[in-house]
Design a protein around this ligand. Structure first.
Ligand SMILES: [Cu+2]
Length: 220
């Protein structure tokens, strides 16, 4: 009887250890890129890029966002911090290809200044994803009603396949502004099911912090 108890105890200990390791790895948070105003009330510029394949371990084939630090370094993260009640000017360099949207609703620009964004300098309020190159990703903060579709690059072009991408690769530049709310952590994510090879495209990079979703941390 004693050996049965021992085996059970050992198996239990192994399972408990595995569960702890799994939880810790799932909670592992990517670094925070912190932006601040140069003077009180000054607007803040946040710069992101989206790439079709991150290109480095542990998930070289996954789609990903990156954040550029105020010092100009591209950081593999989706967590950034901004001051409260401040105009935030976003610039997103999209290096990925795309497709028609399953849900045309997310082709709309919402929640930005004037409900408008610019694509390579031209204002737009909606992307008809059934025309042209389609939509690659969205940048959406659901709790603030903010959503902006990222027009895609031509999938047959010689696209950047390893981040950080540079302006030498085909790129679409999307710009828009929002006002940051009061302090808190605001979840943001992509709503295009772009997790290729995962169930309905919603696993992998779509459900892992640091790839297709993250947090806008707002501080006082
Ligand atoms: Cu995406």
């Amino acid at each position: 009887m004693a050996w049965k108890v021992t085996v059970t105890a050992v198996l239990f200990a192994i399972c408990a250890a595995a569960a702890v390791i799994l939880i810790v790895s799932l909670l592992g948070t990517p670094p925070v890129v912190s932006y601040s105003s140069s003077a009180p009330g000054q607007s803040v510029n946040v710069t992101l890029q989206s790439v079709g394949s991150y290109g480095s371990p542990p998930h070289p084939t996954w789609v990903s966002y990156l954040v550029r630090s105020p010092q100009g370094q591209w950081v593999h993260t989706t967590v950034f911090q901004v001051p409260e009640h401040t105009r935030i000017n976003f610039t997103i360099y999209n290096y990925d290809s795309g497709s028609p949207l399953r849900n045309q609703q997310i082709g709309q620009v919402t929640g930005t200044y004037g409900n408008v964004a610019t694509l390579n300098g031209k204002p737009f309020r909606v992307v008809n994803s059934n025309a042209g190159n389609g939509v690659a990703h969205t940048f959406s903060i659901p709790s603030l009603g903010v959503s902006v579709p990222l027009y895609a690059n031509n999938g047959n072009a010689n696209l950047c396949a390893a981040a950080p991408c540079t302006l030498k690769s085909p790129v679409q530049v999307i710009r828009f502004s929002i006002t940051s709310p009061g302090p808190g952590d605001y979840r943001w994510q992509c709503f295009v099911p772009c997790g290729l090879g995962f169930l309905f495209g919603n696993g992998g990079p779509m459900s892992t912090l640091g790839y297709m979703g993250g947090f806008m941390k707002v501080v006082a």
